[in-house]
Structures are given as structure tokens and as C-alpha cells.
Design a protein. Structure first.
Lengths: 60, 146
């Protein structure tokens, strides 16, 4: 899955299983596409553009 | 419910170590559950503030907190929302406090003690790369119809 996401670094994506349903610059656009096409994703997230973005955690 | 650990691509071209992730949907945004990293050390459950309006959630701003995450100062606004988790076969929903944060540096949400861990029995099988969550029995009983 990680390899499939590499072309979408920096974008928000909606995925179902190993399939990327849609990728867009904002979650609003992703959600609009899902609604327009009657699709339901398994998960929505932004594909990290830096390793720092995925390695930190909340302080509390 | 069982969730296989998930990897994320790294900017360096490598692949991050698979980590415990659960997809949590907000009521009103069931078509796009938010990928959330299980954060056993976090008190709060937090997501990007960009998500809230997509689920029709208003952030009144009367309960806010400033904090640092990933070295970035951010502002969190509290809302009580209904959250939903499913593995495709079973589904569980619960009312939870979620802090919607702006700016939000992470590409995922963080599922912490309040809002998530309080509501489940969580078993992390890190060596085998999966986690199991079961609704806290007392909450599960409360959801059953009379």
C-alpha cells in the first residue's frame, strides 16, 4: 500500500483495501468526490510529505 | 474487531515501520473514516480542524487549548461527536470528546485515552502486526436494544 501511495505525497486520499479511490489537495474535495460517485472509503488521510509528519506524537 | 498494522510512505523513499492504526468515522462523514494512529500515551483524541465542517460539526470555541505537537504550536477546539468504527462486519459507535486542531501537522488523527481508549479493550499484537479492539463490555451492553 505504501508504494501505491507514493505518487500522492502531499495529497489527501480516500482508500478502500489496496485501491486509491481518489486523491485531491483537500479533504473537502475528496469527500465531495465520494458523495458525487456514491463511494464509501475505508480510510481517508493525507499522504505525508515528510517523515517528521508521521513520526511525532501528541504531548498529552 | 481486528486491524492490521499499516505502513505509510516515507519522503526518503523508504517505508515506515507498520504501526497500529484504526479508521474512525465521524457521524455525518461515514463515507470517509479518518485514519487514526493509536496513541496510548495521549490523553486526548485529536484530528485536523479541516475535517469538522465536512461532518457538519460546529466548533464554538468556548473550550480551547493551545499545545505543541511535533514541535508546532497549535490550537485545539473541543466538540462532542459520535464516532463510529467498523471492520466491515461489526460496527460500534460512541459519544466522545474530540479536539479539532489548527494547524495540524500529522497526516492522520491521534486516538488517545479520552475519546477512544476509554471505550475499548485494546490488545496490541505488535510482533504479529495487528491490534484487536472490543467495545468496553459495559458500553456494549448499553448499546443493545431492550
Amino acid at each position: 500500500m505504501a508504494e501505491a501511495l507514493r505518487p500522492f505525497i502531499g495529497l489527501w486520499v480516500a482508500v478502500r483495501g489496496d485501491d486509491v479511490l481518489v486523491a485531491a489537495p483537500s479533504p473537502k474535495e475528496v469527500v465531495a468526490w465520494l458523495a458525487q460517485h456514491g463511494q464509501r472509503a475505508q480510510s481517508m488521510f493525507r499522504v505525508a510529505g515528510s517523515e517528521q509528519a508521521v513520526t511525532g506524537a501528541a504531548p498529552q | 474487531m481486528r486491524f492490521t498494522f499499516r505502513t505509510l510512505p516515507a519522503a526518503s523513499g523508504g517505508v515506515q515501520t507498520p504501526r497500529p492504526i484504526v479508521d474512525i468515522a465521524l457521524e455525518g462523514l461515514e463515507a470517509a473514516p479518518i485514519e487514526c494512529l493509536l496513541d496510548t500515551g495521549a490523553l486526548r483524541t485529536r484530528m485536523s480542524a479541516e475535517i469538522a465542517p465536512l461532518a457538519g460539526i460546529e466548533l464554538p470555541g468556548d473550550l480551547t487549548e493551545e499545545f505543541y505537537v511535533g514541535g508546532l504550536k497549535t490550537l485545539g477546539k473541543l466538540a462532542r461527536v459520535n464516532l463510529i468504527v467498523t471492520d466491515g462486519a461489526d460496527e460500534f459507535s460512541w459519544d466522545a470528546p474530540v479536539w479539532f486542531c489548527d494547524p495540524w501537522p500529522h497526516p492522520f488523527g491521534l486516538a488517545g485515552l479520552e475519546g477512544f481508549l476509554h471505550h475499548f479493550l485494546v490488545t496490541i499484537h505488535a510482533y504479529d502486526g495487528y491490534l484487536e479492539i472490543d467495545p468496553e463490555p459495559r458500553l456494549s451492553e448499553a448499546q443493545k436494544p431492550n
